[in-house]
Design a protein around this ligand. Structure first.
Ligand code: ADP
Length: 304
């Protein structure tokens, strides 16, 4: 079991938003004169007050067998904010995201080095139950993947598995409301989830994630299979959800990161193809006055 002091219930009053402080770093000046070799550039980090930190990564590397996909990442993810992870394809964004809820445990040969603290608890410590971790830290995937069940049963599935004994109808309704889907489906709860539109299916998957009362929702390119209107709807929903949840989103869409997130982490990869952190900053800052030349080149389309 993960032992945290974090509130279990989304109803519980949350702390105010994080105080954002950008840490200037000694390499900034040199770095802006040109792209330094990846291995010698220290990342530009952000610090948050201890009680605002949900995840604290300490020198995290992720491996698939001998291949290191993510190298030496140290960063913190703040509570009740939307943190976007951006970077070129293959730089390890999804791998990093999946390490946040031990999803990569399911991949043969996957392992990490370094540490991920979740509310101060080492997620990979002996005795931590990966199933419980994934309940608290839910995930929404690129392609909406409702189960071949009714809308109702999609939402009720997780709570049933977890042995929920309360009023299921209320929980299903509440989850669908939070996912901004209730009004569209309340009269057809027994219809198959797969019969909904792509955007509705993705909101159903969000409702399914919410139903087990998580603390964090990880989103891996949640809009890449959706049209612009459905995308906007999900982005609005994310904005509403951050009141109660911490959201981390991987996106290849820089406009989406700029529109929808509060904090952005930019990763790139070195010659060894291992992804590493270049810069983490408040989103408006990263996209207007980035601290690193590499970030600037990426967001202006000069590479990646
Ligand atoms: P991104 O999300 O930035 O596109 P990924 O995290 O998907 O990057 O992939 C990072 C690297 O890890 C890539 O080189 C990819 O081929 C490799 N990789 C991803 N998943 C696996 C896996 N299950 N087994 C082996 N290698 C993988």
């Amino acid at each position: 079991m993960v032992d945290t002091q974090h509130p279990e219930s989304p109803e519980t009053e949350m702390s105010p938003g994080p105080t954002i402080r950008v840490m200037a770093n000694a390499h900034d000046v040199d770095e802006r004169e040109g792209i330094a070799p990846a291995s010698t550039v220290a990342p530009i980090a952000m610090e948050f007050a201890d009680d605002e930190v949900v995840f604290a990564l300490d020198s995290l590397s992720c491996y698939y067998g001998d291949f290191r996909a993510v190298r030496d990442i140290t960063l913190s993810v703040p509570t009740n904010r939307i943190t976007a992870i951006i970077g070129p394809s293959g730089c390890g964004k999804s791998t990093l995201l999946r390490s946040f809820n031990r999803m990569n445990d399911l991949v043969d040969g996957a392992r990490i080095e370094g540490r991920i603290l979740y509310h101060g608890v080492d997620l990979y410590a002996d005795g931590v139950d990966a199933v419980e971790v994934r309940r608290r830290i839910g995930m929404v995937f690129q392609k909406p993947n409702p189960f071949p069940k009714s809308i109702y049963d999609n939402v009720a599935f997780g709570p049933r598995v977890a042995g929920f004994r309360g009023d299921m109808d209320t929980l299903v309704e509440e989850s669908l409301r939070r996912a901004a889907l209730w009004d569209e489906v309340k009269d057809k709860l027994r219809a198959p989830g797969t019969a909904l539109s792509g955007g509705q299916q993705q909101r159903l998957c969000i409702a399914r994630a919410i139903a087990v009362e998580p603390d964090v929702i990880l989103m891996d390119e949640p809009c890449s299979a959706l049209d612009p209107i459905a995308t906007l709807r999900i982005e609005e929903l994310m904005h509403e959800l951050k009141e109660n949840y911490t959201i981390v989103i991987v996106t290849h869409n820089m406009q989406q990161a700029a529109r929808a997130s509060d904090v952005t982490a930019f990763l790139t990869m070195g010659e060894d193809r291992a992804g590493y952190l270049v810069e983490m900053a408040p989103t408006h800052k990263l996209f207007t006055t980035p601290g690193s030349r590499m970030t600037e080149d990426y967001i202006t389309g000069r590479f990646g």
